[in-house]
Design a protein around this ligand. Structure first.
Ligand SMILES: [Zn+2]
Length: 230
């Protein structure tokens, strides 16, 4: 029984180190930065679409303005200064033109504001991406450093575990490996007639088996640990 306990100890150390590797804060931070970058990329896409729209609006407004200028010019040329009807029409057209120009100017101010906002947002986002990229590099390096420290320890322990496996009874090792996926430790102490893990009382019949075989399985379905004499 002592050999399997030693085996479990080594295995436990490996699990702890593997967990440590998975839970490294640098890894989490790097992932957070990756998410931030993805978020920035989405926001840049939206900005690009908005900028495209503003540009289209600007182009439309400019075309409209050009068309109006041509119309007024054509009308002016055709006007005879004694033709009152045409002079009235021209006046009307000019009034409409000025109104239109005012509207266009307002539109242009809006578009310019949109552009400036897009530009500011863009700069802010690009800055964030740069920061994120820098941080990712730092966290990656820290993670690699930590990994380089932990992984050789795991490899060493795995060798030790393989050696220890040779000293353990095959049947009990098989039991151990089957139960291991439900969580370590697999083998626990008998604490005053209870399971060392869940503290359920070992029944009288199980206690007899325990005394006879040196081990017994905990009757609690949620526990199922192997209680051994130690
Ligand atoms: Zn139990």
């Amino acid at each position: 029984m002592q050999e399997i306990l030693k085996y479990q100890d080594i295995d436990f150390k490996i699990a702890k180190l593997e967990n440590e590797l998975k839970e490294l804060p640098e890894l989490k931070k790097a992932k957070e930065m990756q998410n931030l970058k993805a978020d920035c990329r989405n926001r840049l896409d939206v900005l690009e679409k908005n900028a495209q729209k503003a540009l289209e609006n600007f182009e439309k407004a400019r075309q409209y303005y050009d068309e109006l200028v041509v119309k007024i010019e054509t009308l002016s040329k055709s006007v005879d200064e004694y033709d009152l009807e045409k002079i009235k029409k021209l006046q009307q057209a000019k009034n409409n033109f000025y109104q239109m120009v005012e509207k266009l100017e307002n539109e242009l101010v809006k578009i310019v504001n949109q552009f400036s906002k897009v530009n500011n947002d863009y700069s802010a986002i690009v800055k964030n991406v740069k920061i994120a990229n820098g941080n990712i590099e730092v966290y990656k390096q820290k993670y690699e450093d930590a990994k380089a420290q932990i992984e050789p320890k795991i490899a060493e322990l795995k060798k030790e575990l393989a050696e220890q496996a040779k000293k353990v009874d095959k049947a009990i090792l098989e039991k151990y490996n089957l139960r291991k996926k439900h969580g370590l430790p697999v083998f626990v102490k008998n604490i005053n007639g209870t399971c060392g893990r869940c503290r359920m009382t070992i029944s009288a019949s199980k206690m007899q088996l325990f005394e006879k075989n040196g081990y017994v399985e905990c009757e609690n379905e949620n526990c199922g640990r192997i209680i051994i004499k130690m």
